[in-house]
Design a protein around this ligand. Structure first.
Ligand code: CP3
Length: 358
């Protein structure tokens, strides 16, 4: 139904098969650091219209691929589409980030949520299918979702926060109620990601942006447990031939690599405080690693960028049948980065990684 994939480095590395060099893509690769993104965003008027109009979402997904030799496209959307579809009404205030008109403030508001969200979210699989056609087999398309825990933090706080006062109060005062919310979200995320696969997504990433703010036991109980439900829920609904690699990215998750691998995911996304070579030594055969250059390096000089890319490659070492490497930043690129430096980054991975593959 779709054209055959010409560049399958990303998928092969995630399945730990041999490749000629390390594949590279970048979290937030379509975004405000690109003038062409800002132009399409202005044309759309507001961010949600950009996400909800498949032609525009497709246009911005393709923009970074026209400039750079990335080995993947990532669906242009947002993790907060699910809470929006559940009726919380997402909006953005310039300089303040995402907000909800109807955050979850009562037990009833949690009990009344439905995981049946795909009617409202049809624009997402529609965008996926359009992007797959537009890519014409150039590189694979990554679909994504937020983790149940990370979505719950925004839904309870009502907006971005540094302190997580409300969600932590709920976690410690009424854990049973938080479990109700997380179970509803796990069901919704599972439907949502299965719909993305059906529409053409070839890899999935789950963004657990706020898993790292939890204590060890709270992470296992409120974040990891629900990501495991999503991974097993997706895979149990697919035949072996339909399966796609799943990457779990917990920001600040360096303490839990063994536990993240144990969910059954295919790859672990690493942020930059952890050494990727030491991370590799801690997990057992059968998982790939993605990451993990500090995004701040992109604010420095071409020489520094190249040196840091070489450091990450050397630390990971040689690709093997036990573990593949996908090069990425340790978190998303920020709007202030010079697009020229991204070209330096991608070229450095292309030039220096073949030495780690036979
Ligand atoms: O990686 C990609 O290129 C795909 C697109 C993508 C966006 N958001 C586009 C976006 C992805 C994967 C996300 C995920 C996302 N959204 C996360 C998890 C990301 C992570 O790195 O851990 C989170 C926490 C959100 C919620 C969200 N959406 C925030 C905090 C913001 C920034 C608000 C601001 O004004 O700074 C957004 C908006 C958003 N999502 C933008 C983009 C390009 C910028 C909005 C704009 O154009 O005005």
């Amino acid at each position: 139904m779709f054209p055959v994939l010409k560049n399958d480095r990303l998928i092969k590395s995630l399945w730990r098969e041999p490749v000629d060099r390390t594949p590279v893509w970048m979290m937030r690769q379509a975004g405000r650091y690109l003038p062409e993104y800002r132009a399409t965003r202005a044309k759309a008027g507001d961010f949600m219209t950009l996400c909800q109009t498949p032609e525009l979402a497709c246009e911005v997904t393709m923009q970074p691929l026209a400039r750079y030799d990335f080995d993947a496209a990532i669906l242009f959307s947002d993790i907060l589409t699910i809470p929006d579809a559940m009726g919380l009404e997402l909006y953005f205030v310039e300089g303040e980030g995402p907000k909800f008109k109807h955050p979850l403030t009562t037990a009833a508001s949690i009990h009344n949520l439905s995981s049946d969200v795909m009617n409202e979210l049809a624009y997402v699989p529609n965008a996926v299918a359009l992007i797959r056609h537009e890519l014409n087999g150039k590189v694979p398309l990554i679909g994504f979702s937020g983790s149940p825990w990370t979505l719950a933090t925004y839904m309870v706080e009502g907006q971005s926060t540094r302190e997580f006062k409300k969600i932590k109060a709920l976690l410690y005062e009424d854990p049973a109620l938080l479990h109700v919310l997380l179970q509803t979200l796990a069901d919704a995320v599972t439907h949502y990601l299965l719909a993305q696969i059906k529409a053409g997504a070839q890899v999935l990433q789950i963004f657990d942006t706020w898993g790292g703010i939890l204590s060890d036991s709270a992470y296992r109980e409120f974040s990891l447990r629900y990501m495991r439900l999503v991974v097993t829920g997706i895979n149990s609904n697919l035949t072996e031939a339909e399966r796609v690699p799943i990457i779990l990215f917990t920001k600040g998750g360096g303490g839990w690599l063994e536990d993240i691998q144990d969910t059954g995911c295919d790859a672990i996304g690493l942020d930059w405080p952890i050494d990727i070579g030491r991370a590799r030594a801690r997990v057992t055969d059968g998982v790939s690693l993605q990451g993990n250059m500090d995004p701040a390096v992109l604010r420095s000089t071409p020489d520094a960028i190249e040196a840091e890319v070489k450091k990450v490659l050397a630390s990971f070492g040689r690709h093997s049948a036990a573990s593949g490497h996908v090069f990425n930043l340790g978190h998303g690129i920020t709007p202030d980065i010079d697009p020229e430096n991204v070209a330096v980054f991608v070229e450095a991975v292309k030039n220096h990684s073949p030495a780690y593959h036979s």
